[in-house]
Design a protein around this ligand. Structure first.
Ligand code: ZN
Length: 623
């Protein structure tokens, strides 16, 4: 592609071009804008939206959360089977629900929201399945979800009859002003009445069940007045008689994310510090991801006092999803904190979640995407390659297993092996890649480390290929390019006929060599030199100057076996070039490489030597 090709697409700007539907900002540059920022006012109708500070009061002034650290995981509560499931175009069938539940149990989750039994028969039946089978291990707490309506609470309590596990009945009501006015038609006082009637029904219907505890969510907590949140929550914990032995879960959802994460953290810390019966309350959060900051909200909320986090594995949920429990857990892992759930087979987790949700995972999804442990760029590849070499060397030096060793490989936040991935995809080669990545592919696939100057040379060949095709190359493609460049056909001007050592008793005294140059056989016997030197000497006698700069003997893994590979760097016409020889035996590989180099020279050097044959090369005796 040339610069001309790039320009042909038409430039940006209001005067035509490709994007005729767009309204390139053409308003004023703000008067206070610095000279290095020429952004113009746009026609986006941003004035239609109100900033969060005008929508809700955030009274916290002394913040503790900014100086805290995450040192332990919260109680994780996956809500995939309820909140996540409600967001699916095709909700999970019983088989999918069961598979997902078994996955969560296998991963080690101890509190799982299993459904909304008053809303769907599938959910109701699933809770009955838990009551009537041993699908849920005894130490797993089962959460069921219900609105604050007596008939629905009755149905919910009916669903959990006979469940031997600990059960949490989770009641929710939206409390934010817009919801009160527009959706529910209640003022603060009458909505509080409604909530307390529901809480009273929960208490009277299930309060005497020893295995049951209660959870309340003021839905849209993040847009609800902080003092009203406290009024409602305190009234509920009083009615439910929250105690240390039977704590109440207060779950504070960012039902629709509306603010930067620091605002949510302030809200959580304010509630945390001002709730009554705080020690008998398990403070929980339930972030969604509308602004793409669900993860940050959850992490800062834990700093601010939250003890429990509800979310979905890989972040399914209404709109942009619930906060992603996989990312939260692995973020802790990457900081040296045990997440207390297992992610050692991320691809099995991902397959199961994708099967149940019928949703695909983005290739760049943190930790789980196909591309997240892959580097295409040359500089990253070089660094990763060096990082792996250092890792291996340190393992050898310290005698520690590689999988136990402190991780320091650049550009890879965690060892893909922790997640059950191998290193196959770590380095992939395209037109952005450099010699490091190419050499890495060669090394991992064929067990062969190439000399640095050959890496540079090979990278040129690969680059020419990727520039021409625009496509990614595999290790196999790199090998094809390698073979073409260094093992490819050259005019067979020179052939090796025989090559043998001359021995005296047990001692090798020299080498005898026969070559066919332009069809004519020439012989030489050389005392005290090895085979390559003998070939070079005989070629020199016939005006073919093979000037070897370096010679590397290595091997190439071919399935269960390996071939000898000799790499020869030689000088021709004032520059250096590379050829290779490949064979079962090291000697043959080396001789082949030397002859291939000689053919290249013979093919390129002056007509004077091209006319060797006419000069009459018939005989060359030993010195
Ligand atoms: Zn939700």
């Amino acid at each position: 592609m040339t610069a001309g090709d790039l320009l042909q697409g038409g430039g940006p700007g209001p005067t035509g071009g490709r994007f005729s539907t767009m309204r390139t900002p053409a308003g004023a540059v703000p008067v206070d804008a610095p000279w290095w920022n020429r952004q113009r006012r746009s026609q986006m109708p941003s004035h239609r939206y109100t900033n969060v500070f005008d929508r809700v009061d955030v009274p916290l002034v002394d913040r503790d959360w900014p100086t805290r650290r995450l040192t332990a995981p919260p109680l994780w509560v996956p809500v995939d089977l309820r909140d996540g499931n409600q967001a699916l175009a095709e909700p999970m069938d019983p088989e999918r629900k069961r598979r997902f539940f078994e996955l969560m149990v296998a991963m080690g989750y101890k509190e799982i929201e299993v459904g909304y039994p008053s809303a769907s028969q599938t959910d109701y039946s699933f809770v009955r399945l838990l009551a009537e089978s041993d699908l849920a291990p005894p130490d797993v707490t089962v959460v069921v979800f219900t609105p604050a309506r007596r008939d629905l609470i009755e149905r919910t309590v009916e669903a959990i009859r006979g469940v031997r596990n600990k059960v949490v009945i989770h009641m929710y009501t939206a409390t934010a002003p817009t919801w009160r006015q527009t959706v529910l038609g209640h003022d603060r006082a009458s909505l509080l009445d409604l909530i307390l009637r529901g809480a009273g029904d929960v208490m009277s219907l299930a309060g005497d069940l020893d295995n049951v505890r209660f959870e309340f969510s003021p839905e849209v907590y993040n847009l609800t007045e902080p003092d009203y949140v406290l009024d409602v929550c305190n009234a509920v914990t009083t009615l439910w008689d929250a105690t240390l032995d039977r704590p109440v879960i207060l779950n504070l959802p960012a039902t629709v994310e509306v603010a930067t994460p620091n605002v949510y953290a302030d809200q959580i810390e304010y509630t945390h510090k001002n709730l009554s019966r705080r020690e008998s309350v398990i403070l929980s959060v339930h972030p969604h991801n509308d602004r793409g900051t669900g993860i940050a909200c959850a992490e800062l909320a834990v700093l601010a006092g939250a003890q429990r986090v509800e979310g979905c594995i890989l972040g399914n949920g209404e709109r942009t999803g619930n906060v992603d429990l996989a990312v939260l857990a692995l973020n802790l892992h990457a900081q040296g904190v045990d997440p207390m759930v297992d992610f050692s087979d991320i691809d099995e987790i991902r397959r199961t979640v994708e099967y149940c949700n019928r949703l695909e995972t983005h290739p760049r999804h943190p930790y789980a995407g196909d591309l997240v442990h892959t580097a295409f760029s040359g500089t990253h590849q070089d660094a990763i390659k060096k990082g792996f070499a250092e890792h291996r060397a340190r393992a050898q030096r310290t005698g520690l297993p590689e999988a136990e060793l402190e991780w320091r490989v650049p550009y890879l936040p965690i060892d893909p092996a922790d997640l059950g991935r191998n290193y196959d995809a770590v380095i992939r080669v395209n037109s952005q890649s450099g010699k490091g990545g190419i050499a890495y592919l060669f090394e991992t696939e064929y067990g062969c480390s190439l000399p640095r100057r050959l890496q540079i040379d090979l990278a040129r060949h690969v680059q020419a290929h990727t520039d021409a095709t625009g496509a990614e190359v595999s290790a196999h493609d790199v090998m094809t390019i390698f073979e073409h460049a260094y093992l490819g056909n050259v005019p067979e001007t020179i052939e090796l006929v025989t090559l043998e050592s001359v021995t005296h008793g047990n001692t090798t005294t020299g080498t005898r060599v026969t070559l066919r140059i332009h069809g004519a056989e020439v012989h030489g016997a050389f005392r005290g030199v090895g085979q390559v030197e003998a070939i070079i000497a005989l070629l020199a006698e016939h005006d073919i100057p093979l000037d070897v700069v370096s010679l590397h003997q290595t091997s190439l893994a071919t399935g269960s076996d390996s071939d000898a590979l000799t790499l020869v760097e030689f000088r021709v016409g004032g520059r250096t070039r590379w050829v290779a020889g490949r064979s079962r035996s090291v000697l043959t590989a080396t001789a082949n490489a030397a002859i291939r180099a000689a053919c290249t020279i013979a093919d390129e050097i002056t007509p004077r030597t091209r006319s060797l044959q006419s000069v009459g090369v018939t005989k060359a005796g030993p010195p």
